[in-house]
Design a binder for this molecule. Structure first.
Ligand SMILES: Cc1ncc(COP(=O)(O)O)c(C=O)c1O
Length: 410
């Protein structure tokens, strides 16, 4: 075997997140490719059944991505012009955009900078000012994988007459204690709908993919219609077109009652999803193990608190989609750009989750937001950095990341 020269040996690049694809995943996709169905076939049904079982919901509707899932959620709840949708500033654009797709306005409730999650106090303040009850939906996000205060948020929203759509794109596999029981994120115990994304950096990777879970028969039916052009074959409205003179259903006939979209997932993606989902518990356990390693390394390397992990809330199982740290860049006299570039030069990927959505040019115009309006989200943003977190990472990789960071900040 050739000897590796330690000076020339190149470290494998550690991205901030990445998928794991096993031979089992490949076999599952191959099974679909060799079957009669590439889309709208039995693998979709299987994925939906597996997901509903995993999270403990009655129904699950697979779709093309998490953004489509959010749009479908708005459509199924009948959100439109004149309505307001509240979400968190510390999230991906899609949580606000889905409201704009259906003509609704967006408002943001500030976060708790220690966790990155939406603050129920900030939400309560927004709701209290909404005298004419424009707020129709609240979309809390389980940021980075840690469940937010969903029981409080749900109580506040429902008291106001608003729907709750949980964004669990970071949090499949997470759970939280509530009144002595463990509630799985996605079971919709505290919400009307929960949305998921299956983008490659997420726990369940399908290339692209999304899903919505619900316990409502009617929402499930609507989501399915909107997912596929608003097209229906059963229960048709125009009986004279749907039924033959002999009184039997016309086999070709379909009917469109709603303006829907093509937000379908393919069986190829579902094949990957079924296999990936079967490893979810393993992935969550490994991510938690790595988070513990990082927590210990950080407290040893930075006893003065220059670098801190996000606060862990008691009684919550964090899915650790991301491992976010807060760095006192100002105190260290170094910019985040320099730190990120230095990490990259050392073979370590990092990212910032997220630029506060209301400060995006589009939302500054839409909501008249300006710097200073979301002090918690802005102070969080000033220090946040996501460092590598994915199941294939090893504890010695975490050691390398923290040692490198310490060198850079020194
Ligand atoms: C919190 C959150 N919501 C929604 C989305 C949108 O999901 P997708 O990329 O699958 O459209 C993402 C994706 O990154 C996300 O992180």
């Amino acid at each position: 075997m050739p000897q590796q020269d330690s000076k020339t040996a190149k470290r494998k690049f550690l991205p901030y997140g990445r998928q794991t694809v096993t031979t089992h995943d490949i076999a599952s996709v191959k099974e679909v490719l060799e079957s009669d169905w590439l889309t709208q076939g039995p693998m979709i049904d299987r994925f939906e059944a597996d997901l509903a079982e995993k999270v403990g919901s009655k129904y699950s509707v697979a779709c093309s991505n998490g953004t489509a899932a959010l749009h479908l959620a708005m459509l199924s709840l009948g959100v439109g012009r004149g309505d307001t949708v509240v979400t968190t500033p510390n999230t991906f654009l899609a949580d606000a955009n889905c409201a704009r797709y259906v003509g609704a306005n967006v408002a943001f409730a500030d976060i708790d900078a220690n966790t990155g999650n939406i603050s129920s106090e900030a939400l309560a303040n927004l709701l209290a000012k909404d005298h004419d009850k424009r707020i129709k939906v609240v979309i809390p996000v389980h940021f980075a994988g840690q469940p937010c205060d969903i029981a409080d948020i749900s109580y506040l929203a429902r008291k106001h007459g608003a729907f709750v759509v949980e964004d669990a794109c970071h949090a499949i596999g997470a759970s939280y204690e509530h009144e002595g029981s463990v509630i799985t994120v996605g079971s919709c115990y505290h919400s009307d709908l929960t949305v998921f994304s299956f983008h490659p950096v997420k726990h369940v990777a399908m290339g692209e993919g999304g899903a919505i879970t619900t316990n409502s028969y009617h929402l499930n039916e609507k989501l399915r219609l909107f997912r596929s052009h608003g097209m229906n074959k059963l229960d048709c409205e125009l009986a004279d077109m749907a039924i033959s003179p002999e009184g039997i259903p016309n086999p070709w006939y379909y009917e469109m009652r709603y303006l829907g979209y093509n937000y379908r997932l393919s069986d190829i993606q579902a094949g990957l999803g079924v296999s990936q989902l079967s490893r979810l518990d393993e992935s969550i356990a490994k991510r938690n193990q790595l988070a513990n390693v990082y927590d210990t390394l950080i407290s040893k390397a930075f006893p003065d608190g220059t670098v801190k992990p996000l606060k862990r809330e008691a009684g919550r199982l964090n899915a650790y989609h991301l491992y976010v740290i807060a760095i006192d860049f100002e105190g260290c006299g170094i910019s985040r750009a320099v730190v990120m570039n230095s990490l990259r030069d050392a073979g370590i990927g990092s990212q910032v989750h997220y630029v506060p959505v209301p400060l995006q040019p589009y939302y500054r115009k839409h909501t008249r937001a300006k710097e200073g309006d979301f002090p918690e989200a802005e102070s969080y943003y000033a220090t946040a950095l996501s460092i590598p977190m994915y199941p294939a990472l090893e504890p010695q990789d975490c050691e390398y990341v923290i040692a490198t960071l310490k060198n850079i900040l020194r």
